[in-house]
Structure formats: structure tokens, C-alpha cells
Unconditional design. Structure first.
Lengths: 458, 384
């Protein structure tokens, strides 16, 4: 409402966030787990004076730097970029609540980048003790980065008592904080093993070394899988009631959630029986398959995490259509178009005849021509609904959803969307504006599919 | 002040720290970011040109610069987070609308940066003879990266100039929207300051590159020959001269031909006047040191020249900030928002910041010790 709404055809703007976030998460978790892996394994290789393993770890460090420092860092900034464009009010709120968490995270991010480069470029040049210390600086900084960012992302799922206290620490240590730190740490460990397998399966030819890598990497994977399950279950426990209900109500989310647990369990069992107890399984095919399993599980988890928050971007703080819950009564009384900075400016420019004392006179909107009423209805759709629905075809396209609906059904769904589906935000405008939106939706309704014989008269 | 109907209300949360604190970090962050950013903006294209048309030491410098570029990019991206974070805290009411109006170009910066970054990596692998089957593409990768960095810079200038060009928002919005929702396809082409501002910064970036050539020679090029050391000041001058000309020309265009009269008057009023003059001449202040270095090479003078150039960047950043606030003044008083202090997170951040600096310094000391050790064990003839 305070900002212009970016219309992204077909997929809708918020889906861009999901796309960038999933790509980033797949690399950023490796950036955390990979740091721990490299630090611990380098220490082990130094202690065992295993030159072959050290040589492999150096190779892996190059792959790690190339992927995480470049792609991981840029896509991390990319998420921030995208949320500012696609969800500006939520970003504004989060930045003002958590600017110092981000600033702290920045300190650790800087240490990560510096130590990652030093760790790789000064391999064989630093004394082993110093080299290992720098590896652990990286690992510690990367994990603390995860913890700091998780405080913010967990807040979005359940801010706990923040709406009453509005305190940084209450918001940061929210009910979802520990569950998500556990699950993300687990995800980082598990994904790292899968990346190591992929890399080693192509780069290491010597069987003994392969077996060593396989066996040692299985340990963090097993620990990671256990943490994911533990974190996932506690995540479920500490979800707000509406989010749990959304999970139960939406078949797709249900299936996806089960898929995450099932994939994690499969990976756990196969890793235990295979690489951990009977090394020798490692091959490019095995590594690719399991990395795909891992990526699918993490991506699915991220999608579910995003989806269950509806109708909020931040639970009880910002609604998905960029409205603060506290603003709802005023919008319902004075009008949605009137309450929005850009919508009010648009009406004032296009239809100055409906402005009274600088405000939009909602009843006067109904006196506009049919074409203009449709146009205003379309504006209402963009600013009230387009965050979750493409108008015709595309992500949650509205037209296919309302195929064959009668005008009465549309009117009812516009006036009380939250009663129809509890994960939709309530109608935020006046009855006149509801009429305009309903009028626009009526123009989108495709006819009831012809040729169906259900035995009842249509 | 007449608020624009397109600027939304202030956040009910208030600023988490006083405005001066936010502004301080924003400007400091930008100054630090501007150094590596200048190097990739002007440095990548310069390195590609020197590699193609240069000889001897110039090509060697180009190779050195490109090999350092992955670190420079990492530092630049990292240091860019600070000013952007504090911009979003203090200037959110203009930052979000401006970037939404040009959303696709703004978002494409991320994609272009990723491609450019890997382009640089591929080019470096080519320089080291490690590109394997990708060898035929390493040259193209370098040129592509150079081009993308320039486009990224241009889009950034669009974003930050549009942020203060509030008066143009409505027109841009009406021409690039569907049902009042922006398509995000705009750029700030209607702003007369756009092009001179971008070119002026490019000129400043070239002068920074020249200064960096000296710093690199003094601090990081211990293994290069004495001839290389002696040749670098002249190369630095050759890089700086077109930069100074571009800065002077486009700076004049920007200040006298593009900025409104009111802004010019403001920048020449009271204590702003000496600052403005100093900002204008600052990129040239390192030149006497460069000329002295051409006569006689000295590591200390190289570092002094680099410090003077850093001061020039800082002066430009401070002046730019003053202009930015003045441009926004008719619409928005960014300093007037309520402050809702977050004391304990702020103190923790500052403590971590200091601790982080300590750890960073410790790591640098370790690296420097390695460098010294390696230099000591290098054959005598190779040392400077």
C-alpha cells in the first residue's frame, strides 16, 4: 500500500523471491556446512599426515570457493534485492526491526570471505596450525551468519510476542528460532556431504582415498539428517495454528512436507548402510542422484516454509498484500484505494471527479463508466490480489480458479475471502470497491466446461 | 516542504539509531565500497585493453590486476552491503519506489554480476594456462565481464539518481505500468544528470585505478622486477590522465549543465563552497606524487598517492551525500524521523565489529608474514 506494486506477468513478483531464495539456499547451506567440513577434515588430514587427503581437500576448497564465495554471495545479495522489489513493506519492516542483526551478520560475512580466500590461496604456505585456525574462523563465522539470518527468517514464520513488545531480542529469539537453526544446520551438514560426494566422485580416482572421503563425509550427513528431522518436528510444533492448518488443508503442502521427511529418511538409511558402514558406493551416478535428492528436499522445505505463512509475509506483522494488520480497519472504512499511496495518486490523476478533499470518494467510483469501473477493478486486483494470484494464466491464476462461478459466488468471495479460505487476507476496502473488484473478476470468468454429464442440471 | 503524493508514510517503528549514525555508516560504507567497485568498473576494461594493445609491463600489470580481480569483486560485493543496508534504513521511502520502477534492470544487476564474476574467473584461468577446454573462451569472458561491469555501473547510477528524481516518478510510472502497477521496465533516461554523473564516476574510477597501480606495485608486487616497479608510475599517469579529463569534463557538465541552479547555489553556499571546490580538484591531487614517482620510485610515495586518491573518493562521496539530501529536501526530510533506539543490538554490533576487525587484522598479519618469508627466500635477482 505504501509502495508501488511490481506486476510480474505469469509468475507474480513474490514467486521471484522463492526462485532466487531456493537457488541461494542450495549454495549458502553448503557454504556453512562446507566450512565445517573443510576445517575438521583439514585438521584430521594434518594430524594423520595424509598428504593425499590434504591434496584432495585443497582441490575441494577451490570448488568450494568458486561456488560459495562467488555464486553464494551474489545470490544472497540477490534475495535481499528481490524482497525489496517484490515485498517492499515487509522488507522495510524487517530492516527496521533487524538492521543490527544484518549488520552483525555482515561482520561475519566479511570474515567468511576473507578467511575463505586465505584458507585456499595460502594452502601449503601457512603453517598448519595457522591454516587450521583460519579454517575454523571461516567455519565459525559461516555458522554464526546462519544463526543471525535464521533469527530473521524464523521471525517471519512466528514472531512470538514481538507484536506486543516490539523488542529486538524478543523478535530475534522467537519460537521458531531454535527449530530453524537446528534444521538449517542439519541441512548444511547433509548438503555438504552430498556436494563432497559429487566433487570426489569426479575428481578422485584412487579407491582407498574415495572410501576414506565417503566414510568421513557420511558422519556429518547422518548428523545433518538427524538434525533436520529434529528441527523439522520442532518447527511443526512451534508453527502458529494457522500455518499448521494450512499444511493440513493444502494437499500439495502435505505431500511436499512428507516428501522432505521421506527424502531425508531415505538419505539417512542409505548413508548409514552404504558409505558409513560399507564404503565403496561412491560413483558419479550415486553422487548426482543423492545430490538431487538433497536439493529437492531443501528446495521443497523452502517452498513449504514460504507457503504456510499465508496470509502473512510476516505472521501478524505484514500481510501478503503489503498491508499492516493495524491498517485494515482504516482501509475498510476509508477505502483501499484511498489508503494506498500509489493507488490514491492514480485515482486522483485518472478520475479527479471522484476525489473529495484530496481523498477518493468510494461511492462516486460507481458512477464511472463501465469501462472505467473495470479499470479501477483491475487496479484493485493488482494491489490487493496480485501478490498471490496471476489474473488469468500463471501462478495461482485466478481465471482458471473461478471457472464457471456465478456473479453471486464472486461477490461473496470478494467480500469475505478469509472466510472462504483462512489463508487469504480479509477484504480491505469499502463495499463499493468490493463491487468494482467483483465486476473486474466477472470479466475474467471462463465458462463452465462444456460436455460434462454429471447427472444434474447446470 | 511539499511532500510528493508518491512518497509513502514513515514507518511506525522509527529509526533504530540516530540519523547521523545511519548516515555515517552509509557514507563510510560507500567510500569503502567505491574503491573495489572503481577497480572492477574501470579496471576490467582497462586490463582487457592493456592486455590487447599494451606491451611489456603494461600487460604484466593487466595480468596482475585481473588475477586479483576475484578478490576485488568479493571485497566490493561485500563492502557494498553496508551502504545499501543503511540506505534502506534511512531512505526506504524513496529507495523502494525508485528501484521498483526499474525493477527488471535493478534485478538484472544480480544476474549480470554473477556472469561477470565467473567471466573474470574464467579469464584468470586462461591467464594462468589452466582453462583447459575453455581456453578459446577466456578472452571473450574477460570482455564480457568488462562490458557487464559497465552496464551494472550504469544501472546503479540509474537507481540512485531515480531515487532523488522524485518529480519524474509519476511520468515514468504512467508510461510503464498496467493498471497502476509498474512493470519495472523503466530507466531514468529523462534525468539530465544521469549520463554526466555516470561518466564522471567512471573518470574518478580510472584515476583510482591509476592510484591502485601504484599501491599494488608498492605493497603486493614484491616479486616483480625493479624495471616493473620503475615503469608503473608512468603507466599510472597514463591511466589517470584520461580519467582526470573525463572527470573534469563530465563533472563540469554534471555540475554546471545538469544540476539545477538551486543545487549549485547550495553547493556554493557557506562551508559547502570549499568542500565543492576540493571535491572537484581532489582526483588531481595525487598527480604531483605520481610525477615525483616517475623521476624516482619510492614505496612510501606510492602509498601516499593511494591515500590521497582515497581521500578524493571520500570527498566525492561526502559531497554526493550532501547533494542527495538537498535533492530530496523538497519532498522528504530524512533526518526528521522518530528514533526508537535499539541500544543493546547496536552495542553488540559495534563490539562484534571491533572484534571482527581484530580477527581480520590477525589474519592479515599471518598472510603478511608468509609474504615476507617467501620474499626472503626468493632468488636475489628477482627481488626489488
Amino acid at each position: 500500500m505504501h509502495y508501488p506494486w511490481w506486476h510480474v506477468p505469469f509468475i507474480t513478483a513474490p514467486m521471484l523471491i522463492a526462485a532466487v531464495a531456493v537457488v541461494h539456499v542450495l549454495v549458502s547451506h553448503y557454504a556453512v556446512g562446507g566450512g565445517l567440513f573443510l576445517a575438521i577434515e583439514t585438521r584430521h588430514a594434518y594430524a594423520a599426515a595424509n598428504r593425499e587427503y590434504l591434496a584432495y581437500l585443497k582441490q575441494h576448497a577451490w570448488f568450494f570457493v568458486l561456488l560459495t564465495v562467488a555464486f553464494g554471495a551474489i545470490t544472497g545479495v540477490g534475495i535481499w534485492w528481490t524482497i525489496g522489489l517484490a515485498s517492499p513493506l515487509a522488507t522495510e519492516m524487517l530492516i527496521h526491526i533487524f538492521v543490527f542483526a544484518w549488520a552483525m551478520e555482515y561482520v561475519f560475512f566479511f570474515l567468511e570471505i576473507a578467511s575463505a580466500f586465505i584458507f585456499f590461496y595460502y594452502w601449503d604456505r601457512l603453517e598448519p596450525k595457522i591454516h587450521m585456525a583460519i579454517g575454523f574462523i571461516y567455519a565459525g563465522a559461516a555458522w554464526i551468519s546462519l544463526v543471525l539470518i535464521t533469527g530473521i527468517t524464523a521471525f517471519m514464520a512466528n514472531p512470538g510476542a514481538w507484536p506486543e513488545h516490539q523488542s529486538f531480542w524478543v523478535g530475534f529469539f522467537n519460537p521458531q528460532f531454535v527449530p530453524q537453526v537446528l534444521a538449517r544446520t542439519g541441512g548444511a551438514l547433509l548438503l555438504t556431504s552430498l556436494y563432497v560426494y559429487l566433487h570426489a566422485s569426479f575428481k578422485v580416482k584412487e579407491q582407498r582415498l574415495r572410501n576414506l572421503i565417503e566414510m568421513r563425509s557420511a558422519r556429518p550427513a547422518l548428523l545433518g539428517a538427524a538434525l533436520i528431522v529434529l528441527g523439522g518436528l520442532s518447527w511443526l510444533t512451534f508453527l502458529p495454528e494457522s500455518a499448521r492448518a494450512a499444511l493440513l488443508a493444502a494437499t500439495t503442502l502435505n505431500i511436499l512436507m512428507l516428501l522432505v521427511f521421506a527424502l531425508t529418511a531415505i538419505v539417512f538409511v542409505v548413508f548409514y548402510i552404504g558409505p558409513y558402514r560399507n564404503p565403496g558406493w561412491l560413483s558419479p551416478g550415486f553422487a548426482i542422484l543423492f545430490l538431487l535428492f538433497g536439493l529437492a528436499a531443501v528446495a521443497t522445505g523452502e517452498f513449504v516454509r514460504e507457503a504456510v505463512r499465508k496470509p502473512f509475509v510476516c505472521y501478524n506483522v505484514v500481510l501478503c498484500n503489503q498491508v499492516l494488520p493495524a491498517e485494515a480497519p482504516a482501509l475498510q472504512q476509508r477505502g483501499y484505494l484511498n489508503g494506498g499511496t500509489w493507488t490514491r495518486a492514480w485515482v486522483a490523476r485518472q478520475y479527479p471527479q471522484v476525489m473529495r478533499g484530496g481523498e477518493v470518494d468510494a461511492p462516486a467510483l460507481l458512477t464511472l463508466s463501465a469501462e472505467d469501473r473495470r479499470h479501477v477493478g483491475e487496479v484493485l486486483f493488482m494491489y490487493h490480489c496480485n501478490d498471490c494470484h496471476a489474473p488469468t494464466f500463471g501462478y495461482a491464476g485466478l481465471a482458471p480458479m473461478i471457472r464457471g462461478w456465478t456473479p453471486e459466488m464472486i461477490d461473496e468471495s470478494v467480500k469475505r475471502p478469509e472466510q472462504l479460505r483462512f489463508f487469504m487476507p480479509p477484504w480491505m476496502g469499502t463495499p463499493e470497491e468490493a463491487e468494482l473488484l467483483a465486476g473486474y473478476l466477472r470479466t475474467l470468468v471462463p465458462p463452465y466446461p462444456a460436455g460434462m454429464d454429471t447427472g444434474s442440471a447446470q | 516542504m511539499e511532500p510528493s503524493p508518491l512518497i509513502g508514510p514513515a514507518t511506525t517503528l522509527g529509526y533504530p539509531a540516530p540519523y547521523w549514525f545511519l548516515l555515517g555508516f552509509k557514507v563510510l560504507g560507500f567510500i569503502l565500497h567505491a574503491v573495489p567497485m572503481s577497480l572492477w568498473l574501470a579496471g576490467t576494461i582497462a586490463a582487457m585493453l592493456l592486455n590487447r594493445y599494451g606491451h611489456g609491463h603494461a600487460r604484466r600489470f593487466a595480468s596482475r590486476l585481473m588475477q586479483q580481480m576475484p578478490l576485488i569483486i568479493a571485497a566490493g560485493v561485500n563492502l557494498g552491503i553496508v551502504p545499501l543496508l543503511f540506505t534502506q534504513v534511512a531512505y526506504y521511502r524513496v529507495f523502494y519506489p525508485a528501484t521498483i520502477l526499474m525493477a527488471w534492470a535493478w534485478l538484472s544487476i544480480i544476474a549480470m554480476l554473477a556472469v561477470a564474476y565467473y567471466g573474470v574467473y574464467l579469464h584468470v584461468l586462461g591467464l594462468r594456462g589452466q582453462a583447459g577446454w575453455l581456453k578459446p573462451y577466456t578472452g571473450a569472458a574477460g570482455w564480457l565481464a568488462a562490458l557487464l561491469f559497465i552496464i551494472i555501473g550504469f544501472f546503479f547510477t540509474n537507481g540512485f539518481s531515480l531515487m532523488t528524481n522524485v518529480g519524474a516518478w509519476r511520468d515514468i510510472w504512467e508510461h510503464t505500468s498496467i493498471a497502476a502497477a509498474p512493470l519495472g521496465t523503466a530507466l531514468n533516461f529523462g534525468d539530465p544528470t544521469l549520463l554526466p554523473r555516470f561518466l564522471m564516476f567512471f573518470g574518478l574510477a580510472l584515476t583510482t585505478l591509476g592510484a591502485y597501480a601504484l599501491l599494488d606495485t608498492a605493497v603486493f608486487a614484491g616479486r616483480e622486477s625493479p624495471e616493473y616497479h620503475r615503469a608503473m608510475p608512468l603507466l599510472a599517469l597514463k591511466i589517470r590522465i584520461p580519467g582526470l579529463l573525463l572527470f573534469a569534463l563530465c563533472g563540469t557538465w554534471y555540475f554546471f549543465g545538469a544540476l539545477p541552479q538551486a543545487t549549485r547555489d547550495y553547493m556554493f553556499s557557506s562551508w559547502h563552497a570549499p568542500l565543492t571546490v576540493l571535491t572537484a580538484i581532489s582526483p588531481g591531487l595525487a598527480c604531483p606524487f605520481v610525477l615525483l614517482l616517475i623521476r624516482r620510485f619510492s614505496r612510501v610515495l606510492c602509498v601516499v598517492a593511494a591515500v590521497v586518491q582515497f581521500a578524493a573518493i571520500a570527498l566525492n562521496a561526502v559531497s554526493r551525500q550532501i547533494v542527495q539530501n538537498f535533492e530530496l529536501k523538497p519532498y522528504l526530510d530524512v533526518a526528521a524521523e522518530r528514533v526508537n533506539m535499539q541500544w543493546s543490538p547496536l552495542i553488540l554490533f559495534l563490539l562484534l565489529f571491533v572484534a571482527g576487525l581484530g580477527v581480520l587484522i590477525w589474519m592479515i598479519v599471518q598472510v603478511a608474514a608468509v609474504q615476507r618469508r617467501e620474499l626472503k627466500h626468493q632468488p636475489a635477482g628477482k627481488k626489488h
